[in-house]
Ligand binder design. Structure first.
Ligand SMILES: Cc1cc2nc3c(=O)[nH]c(=O)nc-3n(C[C@H](O)[C@H](O)[C@H](O)COP(=O)(O)OP(=O)(O)OC[C@H]3O[C@@H](n4cnc5c(N)ncnc54)[C@H](O)[C@@H]3O)c2cc1C
Length: 338
């Protein structure tokens, strides 16, 4: 059981800055995120795009913002738990116990939900039989590309992920790229490259085709694809990869008894606490009159929620308002005190 003052759900910009604000006032926290890295929408949806409305930063990309937020919380050694979604919530006396899909358990005084638009999850194949192979020979993301070396890999999708992986794996594997349309949504340069590789016989491209079935004993050994004209083709394959983009899901948080309004959590604007004592919601996931779904609003919300957490973590202490420019305690926590 991980025991800490606060569990932050979501390592998007809002969750990361809240971790900073908790650190400044002397509270410990850990962060859980369903993605495999920090940054939320900034890193998943627009890492290379410039943002122009972060106060005092005229321009930075989603990735640069994330890296700077991570740098800013470095002094606090915040523990992060990726690739897992929060599932169960239980009140145990005056603390909260949380379990994640990664079998981690937390015992905390309060929780800050900074879940944005929900956890990003891959859009999956519509065939029920695909579930049986998920995680052993069918994947929606790649963690270790070395397993595909010298194998046959059938990649489905027409966006950047499908194209990029088809190009990369064609160096070491036999690749089939299957897309349900003729046109692709990925970068034009990648589309051209895939067509060249197909012409050179270095990968097999099948357009206007969809998955019809997968079969095999423990692992997949055959995938059937169906052309729009009804023609069915059998492809011997060791692995199937599906890259159909991400969907956002709030998941079990919806069943925690929180006041939910149109997939957002209602909060009071004094400290961003929800209807459950000790559970706060900040960033895109919270709603209140006048809410702006902007990063700067999430920063403000995180600062107030952190202070709201204080009385649950240290009920016998009073939180004093201090500036970082002059607070010796804050500077000590930041490791900058001369
Ligand atoms: C294309 C685009 C451009 C944008 N440009 C701007 C801009 O210029 N300026 C601006 O201010 N804003 C911009 N935004 C909006 C901005 O990105 C969001 O307001 C911001 O990301 C919200 O931050 P957040 O931390 O609340 O949520 P998110 O960034 O959505 O992060 C939430 C995190 O929580 C995780 N999570 C959710 N549920 C769970 C769960 N149950 N268990 C575990 N983890 C979970 C998710 O995986 C995710 O990593 C833009 C958005 C998009 C899509």
């Amino acid at each position: 059981m991980n025991k800490t003052d606060v569990l932050i759900i979501g390592a998007g910009p809002t969750g990361l800055f809240c971790a900073h604000q908790l650190g400044i006032i002397g509270l410990s926290c850990e962060i859980v995120d369903n993605l495999d890295k920090a940054g939320g929408q900034c890193i998943e949806l627009y890492p290379d795009k410039p943002i122009y409305d972060i106060p005092a930063i005229p321009e930075c990309t989603g990735e640069e913002l994330t890296n700077n937020l991570l740098k800013q919380i470095k002094p606090f050694n915040v523990k992060t738990h990726f690739n897992q979604r929060v599932e169960e919530l239980k009140k145990v006396r005056n603390r909260w116990h949380i379990k994640t899909s990664g079998k981690q358990e937390f015992d905390v005084a309060s929780i800050v939900i900074a879940g944005g638009v929900g956890s990003f999850e891959p859009r999956k194949f519509p065939l029920k039989e695909c579930e049986k192979f998920e995680g052993n020979s069918l994947f929606y993301s790649i963690k270790d590309k070395s397993i595909f070396k010298d194998k046959t890999v059938s990649i489905f999708g027409g966006g950047d992920s499908a194209l990029d992986w088809a190009i990369e794996l064609s160096n070491t594997s036999k690749v089939n790229l299957i897309h349900r349309r003729d046109g692709f949504s990925g970068a034009e340069s990648s589309v051209q490259k895939v067509k060249e590789l197909n012409d050179q016989g270095k990968l097999n491209l099948y357009t206007n085709c969809q998955i019809a079935s997968v079969s095999g004993d423990k692992n997949i050994d055959l995938v059937k694809i169906k052309h729009d004209d009804g023609d069915v083709k059998e492809l011997k394959t060791d692995y199937v990869l599906g890259f159909f983009g991400l969907i956002m899901q709030l998941g079990p948080i919806l069943d925690w008894g929180l006041n939910i309004d149109k997939k957002t959590i209602t909060v009071n604007t004094e400290n961003f606490e929800t209807n459950l004592n000790g559970i706060f919601a900040i960033g895109d996931i919270c709603s209140y009159p006048g809410k702006l779904k902007l990063i700067l609003s999430g920063f403000h919300e995180g600062a107030l929620a952190a202070r709201g957490c204080f009385k649950y973590a240290k009920p016998d202490e009073k939180l004093r308002f201090e500036f970082t420019t002059t607070s010796k305690a804050a500077q000590e926590r930041l490791g900058v005190k001369k």
